[in-house]
Design a protein around this ligand. Structure first.
Ligand SMILES: Nc1ncnc2c1ncn2[C@@H]1O[C@H](COP(=O)(O)OP(=O)(O)O)[C@@H](O)[C@H]1O
Ligand SMILES: [Mg+2]
Length: 290
C-alpha cells in the first residue's frame, strides 16, 4: 500500500474504533494493506469461531450474564432471541471488549483470548459489530463512507486524500453491489433512506472483511422490503462470514436462522431450530407467550 505524504491527524472518524495503530497484533491492517489479512490467519481448526464459557457479568450486584455458555461455528448464521434485559447486548459488549466479564472464557478462534484484547485489537482481528443506530457520515458520499471504513488507520482527511489501490477499489465496488447501493455511490449518505443507511453501515463492516459479524436488531425500523433484502443479504453473507444476529422480529428470524439461541436472565434457556425453541414450554413462558 502506498504511504501518502499527508499531514498528521486532522479529524478523527467518530464511528471508528480502529483509528489508533495496533501495537500488539504484529499484523496491523496498515502493514498488510488488507483488512482481512490478520483475520485470514485465524485458527479455526476445530470449526468454532467463537467460544464463550461460564461468562459472568454483574452490574451493581445484578447478574446481566450468568454462567453463559455459547459457541458459534465457522460460517454459521446464529440468531439470538430473548426478552428485554436478557443480556443480549451485554454479550456483544463482552465479545467486542466493551465490557470485561467478571469471570469466564471468551475466545475468537482457538487462540485469541478476547478478555485480554483491547476493543481496537478485537475489531482488527476480524470481529465487526453493527449497532442499531446508523453512524454514517451524512455529508460524505456512499463511496467515501466505504473508503473511510476501509482505511481505518488514517484520519478522515488523510483517508480521503490517500489513493485507493486497485484491489481496494474492487473491494468497495463488490460491497456496493452486495448492499445494492451501486447506483447511489456518489450520493451523500444523508440522502439515503433509513434502511439504506443501515445497508451502508453493513457495507462499512464488510469492506474490512470481518470473519464474525455481530448485528444488534438490524431490521428495527425497516420497511418490509428492506427487511426482506436484509434476510437475503445475511443468508448470502453466511458461510463466508459467521453471523450473530439479535432480533425480535420472529418473521425475520424464521426467514434466516437455522439455529436459534434463547437468552433469559443472562443464560442460555434453549437452543435449536426456531420451530424447536418455539415449541419449548420454558421459552413460551418467558418470551413468546407474552
Ligand atoms: N452498563 C450497565 N450498567 C448497569 N446495568 C446494565 C448495564 N448494561 C446492561 N445493564 C443491565 O443488564 C441487563 C441486560 O441488559 P442487556 O444486555 O442490554 O439486555 P438485552 O440486550 O437482552 O435487552 C439489563 O437489566 C440492563 O438494565
Ligand atoms: Mg439489547
Amino acid at each position: 500500500m502506498r504511504a501518502a505524504p499527508v499531514p498528521e491527524i486532522m479529524l478523527e472518524p467518530a464511528f471508528n474504533p480502529n483509528s489508533s495503530p495496533n501495537q500488539d497484533a504484529g499484523t496491523s491492517r496498515d502493514a498488510l494493506g488488507l483488512g482481512s489479512a490478520a483475520a485470514k490467519g485465524l485458527d479455526v481448526r476445530h470449526g468454532t469461531i467463537l467460544t464463550l464459557e461460564d461468562i459472568n457479568v454483574s452490574f451493581d450486584g445484578f447478574k446481566a450474564l450468568n454462567h453463559l455458555n455459547l459457541y458459534i461455528g465457522v460460517g454459521e448464521l446464529r440468531c439470538i432471541i430473548g426478552p428485554n434485559g436478557a443480556g443480549k447486548t451485554t454479550m456483544m459488549d463482552v465479545i467486542t471488549g466493551k465490557t470485561r466479564p467478571d469471570s469466564g472464557i471468551a475466545y475468537f478462534g482457538e487462540t485469541l483470548d478476547l478478555t485480554q484484547m483491547s476493543e481496537v485489537e478485537i475489531a482488527q482481528s476480524g470481529i465487526g459489530r453493527k449497532f442499531q443506530k446508523p453512524t454514517v457520515f451524512e455529508a460524505l458520499s456512499v463511496f467515501e463512507n466505504l473508503e473511510l471504513a476501509l482505511k481505518t488507520d488514517k484520519s478522515v482527511w488523510a483517508s480521503l486524500r490517500a489513493k485507493l489501490s486497485g484491489e481496494q477499489r474492487d473491494r468497495i465496488d463488490a460491497v456496493l453491489a452486495t448492499i445494492r447501493l451501486d447506483n447511489s455511490r456518489n450520493r451523500p449518505a444523508g440522502l439515503l433512506s433509513h434502511g439504506q443507511k443501515q445497508f451502508l453501515e453493513i457495507g462499512m463492516l464488510l469492506v474490512q472483511e470481518p470473519q464474525l459479524l455481530l448485528l444488534d436488531e438490524p431490521v428495527a425500523g425497516m420497511t418490509d422490503a428492506e427487511t426482506e433484502f436484509t434476510a437475503e443479504l445475511f443468508k448470502s453473507l453466511a458461510r463466508k462470514h459467521s453471523l450473530m444476529v439479535v432480533e425480535h422480529d420472529m418473521g425475520f428470524v424464521g426467514s434466516i436462522a437455522d439455529h436459534v439461541t434463547v437468552l433469559h436472565q443472562g443464560s442460555v434457556l434453549a437452543e435449536g431450530s426456531l420451530a424447536e425453541v418455539q415449541a419449548d414450554e420454558r421459552v413460551i413462558e418467558v418470551y413468546l407467550g407474552r
